[in-house]
Design a protein around this ligand. Structure first.
Ligand code: NAD
Ligand code: WQD
Length: 338
């Protein structure tokens, strides 16, 4: 049992991870400014776990608030989800992304060092890989210059953490490179609740299904893929949440900085996702083909063997499970947590 500080713990992946942490017997302190989430998610996490967690409303850019948390709670390790993640927005307001994701992360690491806490799991992304690499992507492949500012912030924080671990052997850091998180907890009580028009495929599909959007635009049907549409490695958010517990166990017993891909190792096309959603859930998804979206690659999926071999982790859920659980959440909560 450990006491874990979860930054961004009220968000989509954070809330699912808090639930798994509580279920595994850990104590959880959430630190979140609620800029893209609702405290209701945390009420539901506690209800599902039948256990309590501590919630501190605060911002990772504010050193006093961070230091206070470390002073008030004997933290053993940190899982760092807090950050902004809208790719398009990161092109419009890069400084806000640099400030939240890069400066905010540096501030967190400073407070950790001050408090003598050196165990960290960081939310990275498959977007850090050089686009010239061919899938399946493995952790020994080169990173590149991401096509957007959001991805750039993830690359910079990864590099900062590698240098930190090189400079000071007390650090033990996991870089988890997520592929495409989708799905929701099976209860349908917590799930993804994007503000405004969704950028990502899955919430767009569920919002069409529930009648909030007219039709899905499929960005490109002339890629060199099985059916011309983009291929991605969708991973159930509960499998992803569990990967954090596995990484935490690994890091509490090791030193240094190491990256792991978190994906299923299997790619699915946009059409396959749409068709499987219709088949599993019995709901039609109106759609049209639209031009390619700037910055998209044709295919991205993981070589996940390092995580399976080293973290004692194994994804459990199929694409059908992911699509059934996404729909179950959306159906029960047509307007998210509102
Ligand atoms: P999310 O927006 O649901 O969660 C992020 C949380 O961080 C939110 O609760 C938000 O309020 C909080 N937050 C943002 N800025 C903050 C700040 N300055 N101080 C304190 N709290 C702050 O996003 P998510 O999908 O759960 O993603 C979690 C992490 O995983 C992010 O770092 C994201 O970049 C990364 N990631 C997500 C995906 C994905 O597709 N969802 C893929 C790869 C990596
Ligand atoms: C998936 C596929 C689209 C929406 C992004 C970020 C990445 C990570 C996860 C996190 C692609 C197609 C999408 C739509 C569509 N970010 N699509 N119509 O682009 O793989 O990854 O989210 O924090 O860094 O770049 O995910 O869900 O946006 O797209 O046809 O309305 O669906 O072209 O092929 P992506 P996505």
């Amino acid at each position: 049992m450990a006491r874990i500080l979860v930054t961004g713990g009220a968000g989509y992946i954070g809330s699912h991870t808090c639930l798994e942490l509580l279920n595994a017997g850990h104590e959880v302190v959430v630190f979140d400014n609620l800029s893209n989430s609702s405290e209701e998610a945390l009420h539901r996490v506690q209800k599902l776990a039948d256990k309590t967690l501590v919630f501190v409303k605060g911002d990772i850019r504010h050193p006093d608030e961070l230091d206070q948390v470390f002073q008030n709670h004997q933290i053993d390790a940190v899982i760092h989800f807090a950050g902004l993640k809208a790719v398009g927005e990161s092109q419009q307001i890069p400084l806000v992304y640099f400030d939240n994701n890069i400066a905010g992360s540096a501030q967190l690491f400073k407070s950790m060092e001050k408090a003598g806490v050196f165990t960290l799991v960081f939310s990275s992304s498959a977007t850090v890989y050089d686009e010239a690499n061919h899938s399946p992507l493995n952790e020994t492949m080169s990173t590149g210059m991401p096509s957007n500012n959001y991805g750039y912030t993830k690359l910079i924080v990864e590099q900062m953490l590698e240098k930190l671990a090189q400079a000071d052997a007390r650090w033990s850091i996991a870089l988890l490179r997520y592929f495409n998180p989708v799905g929701a907890h099976q209860s349908g009580l917590i799930g993804e609740d994007p503000q405004g028009i969704p950028n990502n495929l899955m919430p767009y599909v569920t919002q069409v299904a529930v009648g909030r959007r007219e039709k899905l635009s499929i960005y490109g049907n002339d890629y060199d893929t099985i059916d011309g549409t983009g291929v991605r490695d969708y991973i159930h958010v509960v499998d992803l949440a569990n990967a954090h517990l596995c990484a935490l166990n690994n890091r509490l017993a090791a030193q240094g900085c190491r990256a792991w891909n978190i994906g299923t190792g299997h790619g699915s096309s946009v059409l396959e996702v749409k068709n499987t959603f219709e088949q599993v859930n019995g709901v039609a998804i109106a759609f049209e083909f639209a031009p390619r979206r700037a910055g998209d690659v044709a295919t991205s999926f993981a070589d996940n063997r390092r995580a399976i071999n080293e973290l004692d982790w194994q994804p459990q859920y199929t694409l059908k499970d992911m699509l059934a659980d996404s729909w179950n959440w959306q159906k029960q909560n047509p307007n998210g947590f509102n």
